[in-house]
Design a protein around this ligand. Structure first.
Ligand SMILES: Cc1ncc(COP(=O)(O)O)c(C=O)c1O
Length: 425
């Protein structure tokens, strides 16, 4: 036996504590988390054998199962398989079509150049890492997506958060950052999202850009939810707010409006040329596979030439959001397609409510509870898409009326009494 046998086992903490979400696995897994939605991706799918209206898939423009998209994806799969090209972009994974897609993406978001990323999450982490050096300072929104937080974690220098979408707080932190930068001799990177994906507010890009008159910083925007859904041409939150030119580095993923996998960053050519040689997520990982590149070219073409996709999306967004408001639901401060519905209740009540929605009303949406939002609140997060119909909206609104009544009259409290007792809620 090793003489260190009595030392603490690395796995001891894992056996003891499954983490803030993992601890709910027994009650939640397979139903509230890791649910299996079946059938073609669309407004109506199957969950545990039942038909449900799906409000939890970021297929904003309805491209995931569009026949033209499916055809191109299948043809590209047949032509290239899933391996091609092998190797990282710098080594052996570069092609004309990767370049073509980059050029078309850059033109679409009105930037000089773009560079592809295999995954949005890794790409964001890596871009933040590549943009800052030790003496630089990052100032970012406290409610930023995990990929921003993780990118900032890699930073060896100083970082400050500002209160969510709070320009006064940003200004204060820019003052602190500026003082700090004077000492370190570095620069400042401000990071915001174009649309905050949980609650749907747009980042206050216009006001942030205004601060460039007073402070010296570069501005990086993660527009995962804005790309394809906002702006006259669908170029995102920067276009919507008229400040696309003042965003120094623009990011969007293919995982939402483009209904695929992959992502890109866009900026001045000199910045992209630098990132191309310094983005570790791309230098040390296999290139985006060709089927995804060909598929993205097709999807981008559809974004450009089929404005009816975005128009259909917004018809549904407007009907859903105005219907909820008219019926007295609290949808917070959303300024995008993301539609949160806030209700008051405990976690067990939220579970009973969502089960009722799925089982008895055929409505599938995601729930968000504490610690992501304050204790005592339930957030039902709904993602409208261009494939939803006004009939889907009507059915959903009627179901929401019914579940609100049952929440208020204590039905869910009674249904979840055993769970409430077990959890000490
Ligand atoms: C704001 C935001 N940034 C980045 C990502 C990560 O993108 P991807 O799914 O391409 O990794 C997501 C989620 O998809 C997101 O919501």
């Amino acid at each position: 036996m090793s003489k260190y046998a009595c030392m603490k086992d690395l796995f001891a903490k894992i056996y003891k504590d499954k983490g803030p979400l993992g601890k709910w696995a027994a009650q939640a897994e397979g139903y509230f988390v890791f649910p299996k939605l079946e059938g073609q991706i669309s407004n109506r799918m199957k969950f545990q054998g039942k038909d449900v209206i799906t409000w939890s898939i970021n297929d904003y423009l309805g491209l995931a199962n569009h026949p033209e998209v499916r055809k191109v994806d299948a043809e590209a799969g047949a032509a290239y398989g899933s391996a091609y090209p092998m190797g990282a972009r710098m080594m052996s994974g570069h092609t004309d079509l990767h370049e073509k897609l980059q050029e078309e993406l850059a033109a679409f978001v009105n930037k000089e150049a773009a560079y592809l990323l295999n995954f949005g999450y890794q790409g964001m982490v890596s871009t933040i890492d590549a943009l800052v050096a030790k003496d630089d300072i990052i100032v970012y929104d406290v409610d930023a997506h995990a990929c921003i937080i993780d990118g900032v974690r890699l930073h060896m220098g100083k970082r400050f958060t500002y209160k969510h979408n709070d320009i006064v707080s940003l200004e204060k932190n820019l003052e602190r950052a500026t003082k700090m930068a004077e000492q370190t001799g570095g620069g400042i990177l401000v990071i915001s999202e174009g649309v905050f994906g949980m609650r749907g507010e747009q980042g206050r890009l216009k006001e942030i850009v205004e601060l460039k008159k007073k402070f010296n910083f570069r501005f990086f925007v993660d527009d995962a939810h804005g790309f394809g859904t906002l702006g006259a041409t669908g170029a995102g939150a920067g276009e919507e707010q008229g400040v696309q030119d003042d965003i120094d580095v623009y990011f969007a993923t293919f995982a939402k409006s483009m209904a695929s996998t992959g992502a890109f960053i866009a900026a001045d050519k000199e910045i992209i040329d630098y990132l191309k040689y310094n983005l570790r997520s791309q230098m040390f990982a296999k290139s985006l596979q060709m089927q995804l590149v060909v598929g993205a070219l097709k999807r981008l073409d559809m974004l450009r030439t089929m404005p009816e996709l975005k128009a259909n999306l917004w018809t549904i967004v407007d009907a859903l959001q105005s219907g909820l408001k008219e019926r007295g639901f609290d949808i917070g401060t959303t300024q995008s397609c993301v539609t949160p519905v806030y209700l008051k209740g405990s976690i067990p009540e939220a579970m009973a409510l969502v089960r009722d929605l799925r089982e008895n009303y055929g409505i599938f949406c995601s729930i968000v509870v504490y610690p992501v939002i304050p204790k005592g609140l339930i957030l039902l997060r709904m993602i409208p898409t261009a494939t939803h119909t006004l009939e889907d909206v009507r059915e959903t609104l009627d179901a929401f009326d019914a579940i609100r009544e049952r929440l208020v009259n204590g039905t869910y409290k009674r249904m979840s009494a055993a769970l409430i007792a077990a959890m000490g809620e």
